[in-house]
Design a protein around this ligand. Structure first.
Ligand code: 2HG
Ligand code: ZN
Length: 447
């Protein structure tokens, strides 16, 4: 063992320091971001994290916090750094009276959802990677997911965060108060900072009442403008909690890769997955809304929970299916809804012009103008492709990152959506939290 490994072993116990077989820590889920971990250390407490940080600060070595490693912008991929594996911090404690959960950074989203459910409540953030994605990662990236349209992103659930600064100091309000307007809200700054300000060790999150009834439907449309107009109209309805858009190519890919039957007897260019929740008769409410919608070519309604899961599979299996055909360019972008349909139509030929071999896959949280544009068949390192797409996004008044963050993937394009003055303030904030630049170096802000 090296001096560094010895010092860390003293801090957390030798069983929790790994120096061999580090490839799982060094590569992201998609295979797009390949780095190198110097070693991995798995602390069991915030206090141990403080010790680890002080050791790494003194040794001038970067620390990359990692949970489920499900991020999609290279934000948890080390570059010769120490990986801080947070998965041992997996406690989940529900306070049903307060309607809150305190979850360790390493608890999975699914574990938090299950604990909430057992108390007759629910956690508002849901995403397809729920079984691996951890609370620490979702707080650090302000993950949004499938229900943010109505329930908000991670920041909207957050009551408090416990986090360790690179000095080893622990910050936390510790109160659980839902009204606490006493000055700068550091928990909300840490949320979405992608591990660059502090290491999230736990979060206190709000839980919501479980709706008594829900209904799911898959709606088919003849074209994009009709589907987007339907989404715009449905998002005004309080009962609608989910509005997800898919295209024919993605549906065909999912069916082929996952051996699923086509959802309708004939193919349709665009599908919307919608879900309604209500105190009673969600299916009736959803049925009436669909009936009144112009342009619906066909509809499949989930008659029970198993049937709803069958419809959800077409949406949730997109990411995995795309990865089966190649290492994708992942462009998670946001567009103003009025520009959504024209962007989707125009970006295809723009990509085909420069990269005729490209396959473009698009789907997303259309209720919030969030489009996931994936491209396979093009060298993953060919950033000219990303440049073409992200410039089109900025031109259309959109954002280069809707929910996945900046990571190592998108720093180059930050000036398209953030001013030099804003980025200067970010640097000052970073220096205040992490003066030695130890936390997640090279992520979000260029090194
Ligand atoms: C989703 O909504 C995730 O499916 C992943 O945010 C998107 O794989 C992607 O590009
Ligand atoms: Zn998404």
């Amino acid at each position: 063992m090296t001096d560094l490994a010895d010092a860390l072993a003293e801090a957390v116990g030798p069983l929790h320091v790994r120096t061999d077989d580090l490839s799982g820590y060094g590569t992201d889920w998609t295979g797009r971001w390949v780095g190198h971990a110097r070693l991995a250390v798995a602390p069991g407490t915030a206090e141990e994290i403080g010790k680890i940080l002080r050791i790494c600060v003194d040794a001038h070595i970067g620390i990359v916090p990692q949970g489920g490693n499900t991020g999609l912008v290279g934000g948890a991929v080390p570059d010769g750094d120490v990986v801080l594996d947070l998965r041992r911090l997996d406690t989940v404690e529900v306070d049903p009276v307060a309607g809150q959960v305190r979850a360790g950074a390493g608890a999975t989203v699914a574990a938090v959802q299950a604990a909430a459910r057992a108390a007759g409540l629910r956690y508002g953030v849901d995403l397809a990677s729920r079984d691996s994605a951890t609370i620490g990662g979702t707080v650090a990236t302000n993950a949004a997911g499938l229900r943010a349209l109505r329930l908000g992103d991670t920041r909207a659930q957050m009551i408090d965060v416990e986090a360790v600064l690179s000095t080893g100091a622990v910050i936390s309000r510790r109160t659980g108060l839902t009204r606490d307007n006493s000055g700068y809200d550091l928990p909300r700054w840490v949320c979405g900072s992608e591990g660059t300000l502090a290491v999230v060790t736990a979060a206190r999150l709000r839980l919501l009442p479980e709706p008594a009834d829900r209904a799911t439907a898959l709606l088919a449309f003849p074209d994009l403008p009709a589907a987007v107009a339907a989404a715009a109209s449905l998002r005004r309805e309080p009962a609608i909690e989910v509005l997800e858009l898919m295209l024919a190519a993605g549906i065909a890919l999912v069916c082929e890769q996952q051996a699923l039957p086509a959802p309708f007897p004939v193919d349709h260019p665009v599908l919307l997955l919608v879900e309604a929740t209500a105190p009673a008769d969600a299916a009736g409410i959803l049925g009436a809304l669909v009936e009144a919608l112009p342009g619906v070519a066909d509809a499949a309604v989930g008659v029970d929970a198993a049937d709803s899961r069958r419809l959800w599979a077409y949406r949730e299996l997109h990411t995995e299916s795309v990865s089966r055909v190649g290492v994708p360019h992942k462009l998670d972008v946001a567009l103003p809804l009025p520009a959504f349909a024209s962007f989707v139509t125009e970006v295809q030929p723009a990509v085909a012009q420069g990269w005729p071999e490209a396959a473009v896959w698009m789907w997303g949280h259309v209720g919030e103008g969030n489009l996931h544009l994936n491209v396979t068949g093009v060298d993953p390192d060919d950033e000219d492709l990303d440049d073409v797409v992200l410039r089109m996004v900025a031109e259309a008044g959109g954002s280069i990152s809707a929910e996945h963050g900046i990571g190592r993937a998108k720093q180059r394009w930050l000036p398209l959506v953030r001013s030099a003055e804003e980025i200067a303030v970010w640097r000052a904030v970073k220096a205040a939290f992490d003066p030695t630049g130890t936390l997640n170096p090279g992520v979000l802000l260029p090194k």
